[in-house]
Design a protein around this ligand. Structure first.
Ligand code: SR1
Ligand code: MG
Length: 430
């Protein structure tokens, strides 16, 4: 497929133009729902482009009476530039995923006000005074509701789109929508599972401190088998509709509220991919803390809080997923009525427990892959990038890579979240 064809797929390319702080006003003014949210004349609205992610434009538009957030896909990867074209239809996949999430966790996602496929624009609730979770973690801020909220988000969204919850027909129809999100999946396939393990033009790392470990990763056959096995799982195991990019930059928080944003990488895939993404980003935040320590605050207590959050997240996810399975198993997998007698009930419950253990093991592996890609691949994380002294940053990154490798290669040996915590702590002190 030519890149021009890819870029214009589904998005009514001939109507597309990137929004600016000027043309966004008449665009919003013409939408009745938005007109009722933004008060006063459009020239009085304040408009700021605030996008600092890798892909899109994000505008915050405020009037005296209220505000909105406007997200628009660009026809290329913002992080790299026009040399890397990207389809605008990712806004369509994001919109579809947001609708699916809203059906089960409306309080954990932004409200959608308007979708324009031609412009690849989603107008949504302005989340204020929320901040990006990653930035809060860099500052050492605690979020008491985070673990429970993300556990509920993951359990509800993943269960509700799985064969346990819906009929085979419903699932296949929904899968048909997201199967076409091929270009964003391709980014994940390359950037997470492949590029950090080969020489790739866009790879980068802290040089020269990490040169040796980068070369080791490229020549580590055991590790490459492990990560390719994870990639195969990502490609082939369509267990549930994934958020697809559930890192701490895709979560907005206040001390009392959590919202998950940005599901443009949504696709059907293995449940452990989303669960592992969140774990990985907590672990990256954990290893970065040493780089943010000051004489007055060694950040050790905060590191302890991060690991408690990791444990509470997994425990909460497991509990809620199991509860949903026990009470809302209306799909075609594990057909209701097959397990009514005592032996059946017992066998089913044992299978449920074993399945959650398998999902944990998958999550551990995916967490390792998601950690390594943020240190050796193209797209890094602010937790580590904001450590300005390269030696100090590299020390944190080496510890994170040490754990990442273990999680991928030895995921079968890590059978509880407590063991995962201990493995992380052993590296910090080791
Ligand atoms: C080229 S896009 C790089 C990364 O940004 C997104 O947040 C995804 O994680 C993607 O892999
Ligand atoms: Mg994103």
């Amino acid at each position: 497929m030519s890149s021009a064809k890819v870029v214009n797929r589904f998005a009514g390319g001939e109507h597309y133009a990137p929004l600016s702080e000027i043309i966004i006003r008449p665009f919003l003014e013409a939408i009745p729902r938005i007109r009722s949210l933004l008060t006063g004349p459009p020239h009085r609205w304040t408009v700021r482009e605030v996008g600092d992610g890798n892909l899109n434009l994000v505008f915050i538009v405020k009037s005296q009476g209220g505000g909105v957030c406007v997200k628009q896909a660009l026809p290329y990867v913002r992080l790299v530039g026009e040399s890397w074209p990207l389809p605008l239809d990712r806004a369509h996949f994001e919109h579809e995923a947001l609708k699916s999430e809203t059906a089960v966790v409306p309080d954990l996602v932004p409200e959608i006000y308007h979708f324009d496929a031609g412009l690849a624009v989603i107008v949504m609730e302005l989340l204020e005074p929320h901040i990006i979770l990653r930035k809060g973690l860099i500052r050492g801020q605690r979020y008491p509701k985070l673990a429970g909220d993300i556990a509920r988000f993951a359990a509800e969204t993943l269960f509700s789109t799985s064969d346990l919850a819906v009929t085979a027909r419903t699932k296949k129809e929904h899968m048909a929508i997201f199967c076409l999100n091929t270009e964003l999946c391709r980014i994940t396939e390359d950037l997470v599972f492949t590029d950090p393990y080969r020489v790739a033009e866009l790879n980068r790392w802290t040089k020269p401190q990490l040169d040796d470990i980068a070369a080791k990763f490229r020549n580590d056959a055991e590790l490459k088998v492990a990560v390719q096995e994870l990639k195969w799982m990502f490609l082939s195991r369509a267990e549930a509709l994934l958020h697809g990019d559930l890192h701490t930059g895709s979560i907005m928080v206040t001390p009392d509220e959590t919202r998950v944003i940005d599901p443009e990488f949504a696709v059907y895939g293995p449940i452990g991919f989303d669960v592992g993404a969140f774990m990985a980003n907590l672990l990256l935040a954990y290893f970065a803390q040493a780089g943010h320590a000051t004489p007055g605050d060694d950040r050790k207590a905060f590191q302890g809080w991060i690991l408690e959050t990791l444990e509470a997240f997994w425990t909460g996810f497991e509990r809620r997923f199991l509860a949903l399975w026990r009470t809302k198993n209306r799909g075609d997998a594990f057909t209701t009525g097959l397990f009514t007698d005592a032996a059946g009930t017992q066998a089913l419950e044992a299978y449920r427990t074993a399945t959650l253990a398998r999902i944990f093991q998958d999550s551990v592996g995916f967490a390792g892959a998601k950690m390594a890609r943020r240190i050796l691949g193209l797209a890094h994380v602010e937790d580590l990038e904001s450590i300005t002294d390269p030696d100090r940053r590299a020390a944190c990154e080496l510890r994170a890579l040490d754990l990442a490798r273990t999680l991928m290669v030895n995921r079968a040996g890590i059978t509880s979240v407590h063991q995962l915590r201990t493995a992380a702590e052993a590296i910090r002190t080791g």
